[in-house]
Design a protein around this ligand. Sequence first.
Ligand code: GLC
Length: 817
Amino acid sequence: MAESPKKEDIVTGILEEETLDNIQHVNNPVLDVPIVEKKYLNRILSYSKKGNVFIFTDGKASVEVKVFSDEIIRVRLAPHSSFLDDFSYAIREDINLHPTSFSILDLDDAFLVKTNVVVCRVQKENFLVSFENMEGEVMNADYKPMHWEENPDFGGYYVYCTKHTPEDEVFFGLGDKSANLNLRGRRYQNWNADTYGFGFNQDPLYKTIPFYIGVTGGDAYGIFFDNTFKTYFDFAAEKNDRTSYWSEGGELQYYYIHGPQIIDVVKRYHELTGTHDMPPLWAIGYHQCRWSYYPEANVREVASQFRKRQIPCDAIYLDIDYMDGYRCFTWNKRYFPNPRKMISDLAADGFRTVVMIDPGIKVDEDYWVFNEGKENKYFCRRGDDYFMEGYVWPGRCQFPDYTNPKVRQWWGTLYRDLVEDGVAGVWNDMNEPAVFGRGTFPDDVRHHFEGLRGSHRKAHNIYGMQMVRSTYDGLKKLQKNKRPFTITRAAYAGTQRYSSVWTGDNIATWEHLKIGVLQLQRLSVSGLSFCGTDIGGFTGEPDGELYTRWMQFGVFSPFMRVHSAGDTRDREPWSFGPEWEVICKKFIELRYKLLPYIYTVFWRQHKYREPILRPISLLEQHKPENLQREEEFGFGHNILVSPVIHPGQQSKVLYLPEGDWYYYFDHTLFVGGQEHKVETRLDEMPIFVRAGSVIPEFPVMQYTMEKNIDALKLNIYWGSGRYESHVYTDHGETFAYEQSVYNEKYFIVEGEQNSLTIVQHIEGLYHERFDSYKVYFIGLPFDAHHVEVDGDIHKILMEEGKPYIEVEKEFRRLTIS
Ligand code: GLC
């Protein structure tokens, strides 16, 4: 159950009319500030229409309703009828949505803006806005008219929207919040913050994703409140029957996104804000990081230990100590006398090098980056024109204004030397932006904001996003159109178009392992599927068991990286002794075996907008109890896991969605749609494969693309009925997939009591190096004697008790009986 909010959680942003008399400036706790009055929309006097845009007015204020698609409708409020520029950093630049049809009905009491799927009702008497489905069921309705209050200090308005909240409604989404998956009963704030060692329910954290999903009566819808200022969400916390969201500035502008399935809301949110591009294959291997590996001998030693111990690893990270006095884009030549040679030796051994770059540029007249930024006026300035200065790792710093396209372009070119040195990926940190002592920039700092201008109040939450955007675009050019790998700590909605993310400075505790399980599921339904935690915990010391259990969860984290703070003990997979090393190795190897499956899941995310991690609530929302489940989740369509998150845990009770499921390690069959108690041996974790699946598998490699695959292994898990699976392949490095240079194989698997048939259909133009498949059959309920492939009889072979056959990869139809 949701807890009631603590007093300290609700000190900012007084919301309810009952407390209207006490309204003060939300940032200013001093009592003698002027009392500001909330103003509400009034009776509608007229409306106008232009294409798919409808504008209603009460004579003073106006509301715009814009039909984006059959399922997406945007609402905007202009308190004095002048709408702000229609610009958003969150929305894809290439957005191309159209409704199939729409119309407006002028009734006695309301206007209805209708598509084939949704009705947006605007009440004439009181301007209440609601959304209904075609059956007339209300999905989401205003509790009171949209309202606002003037901001006496900055100009503009605080804007508010309050919705009805039925008793059964639950809420998901909102990015990286370290809270239970269901957000009901709590209030949240979005203001990107450097939150070292954050706790359960601490808020705000590093990212701002003002998008939530509501589920009521078994049906889901989404609200995306696209506002970059400090925003608040109150999910029936202050009052049990209403949910509000509001902002300290900007426009009240939100998208209603129709479901009724949660997965459809998530996919439609991706239609607005984009998906991750395909990552380079190496980026989904295992990565090793710490603060910091230096000098060079240390880096080489870690790398050679991986190879010596035959533990797969694709990337090594260099944290801030590789730099000269923490000056970005420089090398500390004492620690790294010849970085190019080191990076190329590492590359020859299959390691990519990823380096940290922060936004703070050291104020130093002998430093080219500072001089270039200064000469070109690329650094942020205060309201009165002084440079924004603050202390970060290098000491006194100035900060590029990434909201200026010219600055982004410049920043992108700064990576040239690093790329020439062979650096493969970039890790952008401290970009909330973080400033020692004062936390972040003062509000009056000015930003270009694509020429629209704004103070830091408006630009704060998109600062990190625009930084990693410029990194991404820069790398894409410098690396000759190879897929860039970037990772960022701060983010705003839509950051997935430019980067992966991690959850920042967590703690080596069991509680944090659980928080990670929640955060990654939440990020995944909030558009940021390519996400991970610092495996093992950033600060503090895990024991072998915690580290190993976290590593197991790491296999099913879209981004898999071990990282820890500078003052922690060793954190390599062998650091806790041989007993734990064996298990960690087994699980890192599992990640590599599953690579073609994981790669396919990334493709499904990119192309079909499917989230990578899928909470049970998303998989089966029709069962109310599933809306509260949070430990087990789908990893793509065919694998379901439930990480072990308690010390000494011998067993756990978990829920399996409807259908049959195979326990991954011994192929025991479990019936879904119910809970099961399963053993949780240390060297295993609850991993289940959906019956009817095709799971492709690579041989264990020490790094991605170490080996050529001669025959791709396909594991077919028999299931009664008809199932579809996909397998995606490409060459793993460039954007040629945008020109259809990939293969997506569709397998229809039909299981019967005495036979199994697979029909394959292939899309795409990519020529794989392998010519054949080795098809393994798991769980056949019959003794197989006969295999026919496209009319030819094939021989059944046996390996470790499993029947398998070798077939040409282009086969169309295969039947085993
Ligand atoms: C921040 C990052 C952490 C990094 C450290 C030093 O705390 O979150 O990952 O190691 O800075 O750069």
